[in-house]
Write a protein that binds this ligand. Structure first.
Ligand code: NI
Length: 267
């Protein structure tokens, strides 16, 4: 693979839908051929535990102890470990489409990979991505979420609450109120009964803003559910209202310990 030229554009109606609802689903972001080659790259990264020692591979929804099988393994910046991930039709098309949605100054903000193993009972609870980030900034960012196989309600497709991108960041906490767990969940009542499920073919995509409430269910199938996510954003703006995300101030994850240990080794 080498740097690819984009070949997709959104229609005016699609752009309007995105700004009204805070998300959009696309049946095609890349080719079946590319999806197949990405599957093997993806599986290899998890099999060789790429990034584990420096805290970039960890259990998203569990306590991530050494020697325990992860419930939902995640890799941050997988393209750092496998540069071919960045040289795809997928990324070229995603970047082009995001510029239509956010403006020409939208820049690459990194990638990650979230694997739901076969028969994973673990949902990824309702949350807003901005709840993970710096509370002193306002973001104009999206995540492009690409399943590397067909994904259905039964296997853990994305769900969104239409219009929730217009909310402030709601109160969150670590999953199960356990600060050893990386993943966040909503910590206040919010009516998600209007949520929309987005089943997709392999190589399709959903795109959502950083405040759009979203969720994925368990994987009730015998095959892995691979999601590859690329993020893009305009320049964040500093806030002056002293916003705080206390759920991040009390985090104590094994991932952060490994990150600190690896930084000490390098110093
Ligand atoms: Ni998310």
């Amino acid at each position: 693979m080498s740097e690819q030229a984009p070949y997709l554009k959104l229609s005016k109606d699609q752009i309007k839908f995105f700004h009204e609802n805070g998300f959009i689903a696309l049946d095609h972001l890349t080719t079946q051929h590319e999806v197949e080659s990405l599957q093997s790259i993806y599986d290899d990264l998890f099999a060789r535990r790429a990034g584990r020692e420096e805290g970039n591979q960890f259990d998203l929804t569990g306590t991530d102890e050494e020697g325990v099988a992860p419930s939902v393994p995640q890799i941050l910046s997988p393209s750092r470990y496998e540069p071919r991930l960045a040289e795809t039709h997928l990324v070229a098309n995603a970047r082009e489409i995001v510029r239509q949605l956010l403006g020409e100054d939208a820049r690459d903000m990194g990638d990650h990979a979230i694997l739901k193993p076969p028969h994973s009972p673990q949902a990824t609870p309702w949350h807003q991505d901005e709840a993970y980030w710096d509370p002193n900034m306002d973001y104009n960012s999206v995540s492009v979420w690409v399943p590397l196989q067909r994904v259905t309600i039964e296997t853990g497709c994305m769900w969104f609450v239409p219009g929730s991108h217009k909310l402030e960041v709601l109160r969150h906490r670590s999953v199960g109120n356990d600060p050893r767990i990386h993943a966040l969940e909503l910590d206040e009542e919010y009516d998600t009964s209007t949520a929309v499920a987005c089943p997709l073919p392999a190589g399709g995509a959903t795109i959502h803003l950083s405040r759009t409430l979203h969720y994925t269910g368990p994987n009730n199938s015998g095959a892995p559910r691979r999601a590859y996510i690329v993020a893009f954003g305009g320049t964040p703006k500093a806030r002056t209202d002293g916003r705080r995300f206390p759920w991040n101030e009390i985090k104590q994850t094994a991932r952060e310990e490994r990150l600190r240990a690896s930084e000490n080794t390098e110093a």
